[in-house]
Design a protein around this ligand. Structure first.
Ligand SMILES: [Zn+2]
Length: 259
């Protein structure tokens, strides 16, 4: 039985949600509780969308032991629970917590309450910047091509690395920048949709021609894509590219040593 929290101290990624886009998030066709990880002796949540706190508690994640929040951008499917998550991290009184977020989410149209910020080290996300947090290094890349400034990152310890590509249009630069053992891509659509600044799963063929990670994980699925079975497309991409590709499911756990 794999631990669906971090009590075993292992380096892992837990998907407490795999929904993306308005319909699958706000009808909760899939959950949207963020991507949680333990790496380099730090525990973080990426993009705590609606339900993140409830799903974390259901999985017995000890919130006082969560060290930080990485917010890619200010859209609600990524940030709706950020204030609840931040407050739950500091109620025990032990504070050495981190929030990494773009200025668009902190200043221009803030999604983080002012009173919630005092107990956090607030790190503004900037392009091509390394943030060192003890044994964990978070490296940003170019600002994503999205409707609001958005950032992905490569998360690295001395043992493992994974990349998170958030909401963006596809360019080949992604495959040059986001090199890691595991790559997580927010593929809202199966095929590119004109007028939407999101990745499509079929963009991953171009990505994999340039860089093949040990494991590519598709997530953040829109409703249209969910109706067309992301699992089948992941299998097809995997077979055609000779790369391990999976479509994430809610509560999926990836133990980094097994990748
Ligand atoms: Zn977005």
């Amino acid at each position: 039985m794999k631990d669906r929290n971090f009590q075993d101290g292992k380096d892992k990624i837990i998907f407490l949600g795999t929904a993306g886009g308005r319909f699958s998030v706000f009808y909760q066709i899939r959950k949207s509780g963020g991507i949680w990880f333990h790496l380099g002796n730090k525990t973080f949540v990426i993009d705590p969308g609606p339900g993140a706190l409830i799903h974390a508690l259901k999985n017995k994640i000890n919130m006082s032991k969560v060290d930080g929040v990485f917010l890619s951008h200010r859209h609600l499917d990524h940030c709706a629970d950020i204030n609840s998550i931040m407050e739950s991290m500091v109620i025990s009184g032990k504070h050495s917590k981190y929030l990494l977020a773009p200025s668009a989410a902190l200043d221009e149209d803030p999604v983080v309450l002012q009173y919630n910020r005092d107990k956090f080290n607030i790190l503004y996300l900037k392009e091509y910047t390394d943030y060192h947090i003890d044994g964990l290094t978070i490296s940003t890349k170019l600002t994503h091509l999205h409707t609001t400034p958005a950032f992905g990152a490569v998360f690295k310890s001395s043992n493992y690395s994974f990349a998170y590509i958030a909401d963006t249009l596809y360019t080949d630069k992604l495959a040059i920048d986001y090199k890691a053992d595991v790559v997580i891509a927010n593929t809202v659509f199966k095929n590119q949709m004109p007028g939407y600044m999101h990745l499509a799963a079929n963009n991953m063929y171009a990505f994999l021609e340039i860089f093949k990670p040990k494991l590519l994980i598709l997530t953040h699925f829109g409703m249209g894509f969910l109706n067309e079975s992301p699992q089948l497309l992941a299998k097809e991409i995997s077979e055609k590219t000779n790369t391990k590709v999976i479509a994430a499911w809610d509560n999926m756990i990836v133990n980094l040593k097994d990748v």
